[in-house]
Design a protein around this ligand. Sequence first.
Ligand code: ADP
Length: 450
Amino acid sequence: MVWRILSFLLCELGAGLAGYLLVGDRGAELGLVAGSVAWFLLDLLRAGRTLRWLRRGAGPDTPVRAGVWGEMGERMRRLLRGRDQQLDAAEARLQDFLAAIQASPNGVVLLGPEGRIEWANATASAHLGIDPQRDLQQLVGNLLRDPGFAAYGAAGDFSHDVVIPGRDSAPGRPARVSVQLHPYAEGRKLLLSRDVTALEQAETMRRDFVANVSHEIRTPLTVLAGFIETLQNLPLEAADRARYLELMAQQAQRMQTLVSDLLTLSRLEGSPLPGTGEWVPVAALVAQVEQEARALSAVLGRSQELHVSAPEGVQVSGAASELASALGNLMTNAVRYTPAGGRIDAQWRMQADGGAEFTVRDTGPGIAAEHIPRLTERFYRVDRSRSRETGGTGLGLAIVKHVLQRHGARLRIDSVPGQGSTFAIEFPASRMRVSAAADAPAAQSATAGR
Ligand code: ADP
């Protein structure tokens, strides 16, 4: 400021002196007036340049370097540069924050006071079909037209969620999304969405499973209770009594088999995966399941031709009891579903790629194509009464599937109704080894049930 006054006085003095020297007293007066006009014009020019610079966005170079206008420009430039840096930092933080919400597995939608969409992440778009660009400022109620969501919004109780159909929901493939509103500052709301399709499916499966198990146990229990009542209340002949006890034993056995299969399944689900360190001799494994099949064939009174073969000196890695259960289930199924006089061929064959295949081919009734993909579901049966007659639980192939999954193996089913079925287990090369030492004699073909 001092410099400003000084520069004005110097300008006055210089112009007055010049006027005095040129024209005398009158010239000094004129010089003083001309000096102040010139100073003001110069000052106005500098003010104008500073103002123009400000209007154009205050670039890096100030238009006036010296004097008050110069200092003012420089200070403004520094102030604005500081603000810009703060803004950049805030913008970067906002972008980081938005990127984090974008990466969230949950859908996030920010709603204004009237329920208009202000921002949505890509997951919300996948769950609910909200387009983060096109649907900005749209009322969320206009986009989510599910009656359940409308009622939820109208009720105003946001302490719980509401489950509505997801964007990709189709009649055969329902998609379910949980949506919850969380009110925050000044009437705004945060809408969070979560895909609960798998959760709901698991819950449905659990309910079906419990219902199936209850049904399977209730039937033999009802029969048992009936016989017990009869035995308690009626004076029976010894022969009738023996017959009833025999039927009761059958029902008890049925329940025992069911519980045993259920325990096997739960053990398979809960236990750690079998390592690749335990090697099981294939010939002994196949001989064991062959023995079981022959015993069952005899119990059921079927005269079936049973041909079994397995190579010697070959080993498969995995849990022996699980593998025996998988192979055994295929063999006993063949025995149970093949009528008397039929033929069953079971073979363990090494493949060119080092893997192996265990196939069980029967001449039973065969299975229609539409049932094949569902055979490994728990309690799925093509023919309910036939399964029960032969002591089936509907869990055998579910156990097979589980065991194979745990061993990196695969089940293949080929069947033509009326022409029999082939069930094949494919083991990968990594699970097989051929050792020089013979472990057990290969099973030979024979006729069972006689
Ligand atoms: P189940 O105890 O009823 O035999 P599984 O899970 O072992 O249950 O088999 C499922 C269904 O697959 C059976 O109910 C039966 O209808 C069909 N199935 C299995 N093996 C055979 C086979 N070898 N021949 C014909 N049908 C079979």
